[in-house]
Ligand binder design. Sequence first.
Ligand code: ADP
Ligand code: MG
Length: 260
Amino acid sequence: MPATDVAATMGYLARALKTPTIGRVWEQLATTARAEGWSHEEYLTAVLQRQVADREASGTSLRIAGAHFPAVKTLEDFNVDHQPTLRRDVLAHLAMMTWLPKAENVVLLGPPGVGKTHLGIALGIKACHAGYPVAFDTATGWAARLHAAHRDNRLEHELKRLRRYRLLIIDEVGYLPFDADTANLFFQLIAHRYEQGSVLVTSNMPFGRWGEIFADDIVAAAMIDRLVHHAEVLTLGGDSYRRSGRRELLKTQPTPGADN
Ligand code: ADP
Ligand code: MG
């Protein structure tokens, strides 16, 4: 076949297969293959590998965009030395994402500024890389969504729709207390996810005070039961990372008015 026909046919085939990377790289890789004496098998493998790598990368970025994380935070950026009581083996286990196919949960507890949201996002991003769809929102944001669905008589439908996300991240449970209706909607969300899909919850309140958040000790206890039945509960502690960062900065700056 003349080279121009090969190019046209390859262009057509790549479009028909919806493999744009193959359309882009086959010619250049063929040149490399000839120059380096690759076998046919090696050439074919190289072309397909490039296509798969591109598809995986674009899938990951679509999932990250679709999760609506409020910021980009990674596990690599998380300074574990600042959390001496946090078990590194547990964190390493969570980073492997084996808990998602088992519909297990993660609960991150601790005072403000200790990195709960950071870890939540970082695990969410890892999940996106591992191929799992994720949805992130604050507890207040989830409450608003559930209220809207309930008002329009499509709560059941919305809860089913959320099943497509293998991980729901509910950030900042407890910053604002919920009224009885909201607490009930939240309970339905957690009950619906139970053993079906993972939830990652962060809260500044220990479980003992969740009765205050949900306006009802019994609803809170029923929710905690379902949440922690298959879960890793991590309590972060220490000083706010924001504040300690500022202290470090102050240490290195001359104090105004002081004799330096
Ligand atoms: P929380 O959700 O517990 O209130 P955040 O996760 O929002 O705290 O953390 C506050 C800020 O400090 C964020 O910018 C976060 O990236 C950073 N931070 C907190 N803990 C750590 C840590 N151990 N290593 C690196 N950055 C951290
Ligand atoms: Mg937070």
